[in-house]
Design a protein. Structure first.
Length: 492
């Protein structure tokens, strides 16, 4: 299992294979439609949802504009409360810090709360290389880990698995990781959950080190917040003697009061719940309550580069609710693995190419993993205009241009394979700037319509292979308008 999905093919190739898997499509369709319907009902109960959405957007935008100040304030507050803050510029540095902190405890096992930041940096693999075994405790993450699989959804990492597949994974793999699955385990949800509970309980009681992420960090007080639905997070955050939290720098909020907005919007947008079942908050260390040692690793890993992009920075507002995945027609058919990142779906299509750059084939393909229907923007609880960022990143892929990488301003070269697209766009720009040429081209296309092919030649075959070419009308719109309305306009 790799957090960065190294070696994955570009999205079109990976998606083509996924679309051919009827079981996967069925699992995804059932799950996303169910979550989507429940979310719509939960959101409709709130009369001021639009106002909450706007408030969340403004809080996040304000925080990002003053991120340097709030991060310093956060560090001071965490330190004053008895914690230790570490700064990690990239994945390698973050993994090195965490491995060192675990080794200093003398332990070789850790329990983990579900954390996308640690998946992003490939922490489990880095710890394994240092002789440290990490145990995932979220039920879906446990399924993924036992199945030697990859997460495919932000909220439900094992959404691509059905109950029968999960039962088979538990039967085959649990014994290798600890307590084996009960004899005669069936695929009923209650039995699967009980098998996971028994398997994990011994790890919770034995572990001396816990590793977490955080949904939010409060600069004002140094408080970290984890929201979850199972209670495994509460166990990981309270039972171990040492707690290490790896959190992206964009997760900071200015004040305690700001949490009010997000603790209303996040549960309704993600799990369709009115409030989160388990909301765990901790501020440093307290004698006789919880871990005796707390470390906070603040992760950059491309976030300041993203912040430098005036259009793309809005991706950093994301609160990881996954609502955009559940309404996306592309995600529903291709699944999360095709995105080659721990961040799948529409948000992954704009976040991964900014965190990792667009130099690789897969990252250059992600901005095209969308129909630009706009459904993702409509459901986003912090109003990220994902289609706007997708178009912006497509321009970067095709044309290159200025960007920020590793804190330095650079000029990117156009990605390979887009020469035809660049030529077509330049030709269109030339034609649209010359009304006479455009009118002549439209008339020529209409008069020769009977000779038009049903599929495009050359590189255009990739587009028309899965789409019907639109029929050219018998008459251009301008000519139709002049013939039917031109006289009326002239008379007036």
């Amino acid at each position: 299992m790799s957090g960065t999905f190294v070696g994955m093919p570009a999205f079109p190739e990976a998606a083509r294979e996924a679309v051919g898997d009827s079981t996967l499509r069925g699992n995804l369709r059932h799950a996303t439609h169910t979550i989507r319907a429940k979310r719509a009902k939960a959101v409709a109960e709130v009369s001021d949802w639009a106002e909450l959405r706007e408030a969340g957007k403004r809080i996040k935008d304000h925080t990002l504009r003053h991120l340097d100040d709030y991060l310093v304030q956060l560090e001071e507050a965490v330190t004053a409360a008895g914690g230790t803050v570490h700064w990690a510029a990239d994945a390698e540095e973050a993994n090195r810090i965490v491995a060192r902190l675990v080794k200093e405890t003398g332990e070789s096992e850790v329990v983990k709360v579900k954390s996308m930041a640690t998946q992003e940096i490939g922490l489990n693999e880095a710890l394994q290389a240092e002789g440290i075994r990490a145990y995932e405790t979220d039920l879906a993450e446990l399924i993924v880990q036992l199945g030697k699989d990859r997460p495919s959804h932000i909220l439900v990492p094992a959404i691509h698995r059905n109950r029968g597949e999960i039962r088979d994974v538990f039967r085959a793999e649990m014994g290798e990781w600890g307590r084996p699955a009960p004899e005669g385990l069936t695929d009923t949800p209650a039995e699967l959950a009980e098998a996971a509970r028994l398997h994990l309980r011994e790890k919770f009681l034995r572990a001396k080190v816990g590793i977490s992420g955080a949904n939010f960090m409060v600069a004002e007080t140094g408080t970290l917040v984890v929201v979850e639905s199972e209670g495994n997070g509460r166990m990981c955050l309270t039972l171990p003697e040492t707690l290490i939290s790896v959190v992206g720098i964009e997760k900071v909020l200015p004040t305690w009061r700001d949490l009010e907005v997000f603790l209303q919007t996040l549960p309704r947008s993600s799990t369709a719940e009115r409030m989160n079942p388990y909301t765990s908050m901790w501020t440093g260390t307290t004698d006789g309550d919880g871990p005796r040692v707390f470390h906070l690793v603040l992760l950059d890993n491309g976030r300041t580069d993203t912040l430098a992009d005036e259009v793309g920075r809005q991706a950093l507002r994301c609160i990881r609710c996954s609502a955009c995945l559940n309404v996306c027609p592309v995600y529903e058919r291709a699944g999360g693995h095709a995105y080659g990142s721990v961040y799948p779906g529409p948000i992954g299509a704009i976040l991964s190419p900014q965190l990792r750059g667009t130099r690789s084939e897969i990252d250059a393909s992600l901005p095209y993993a969308s129909s630009l229907c706009g459904a993702c923007y409509e459901v986003c609880p912090v109003a990220i205009d994902i289609p706007e960022v997708l178009v912006h990143l497509r321009e970067r892929v095709v044309e290159g241009g200025p960007a920020t990488r590793d804190g330095n301003k650079v000029v990117l070269k156009p990605a390979k394979g887009h020469a035809g697209e660049r030529a077509a766009m330049r030709a269109a720009r030339w034609a649209f700037a010359r009304p006479g040429a455009l009118r002549a081209g439209q008339r020529l296309a209409s008069r020769t319509r009977r000779f038009h092919p049903r599929a495009l030649p050359g590189p255009g075959r990739a587009w028309s292979a899965s789409r019907e070419l639109p029929a050219v009308p018998a008459e251009p719109f301008r000519d139709w308008w002049q013939r039917t309305r031109g006289g009326e306009e002239g008379a007036k």
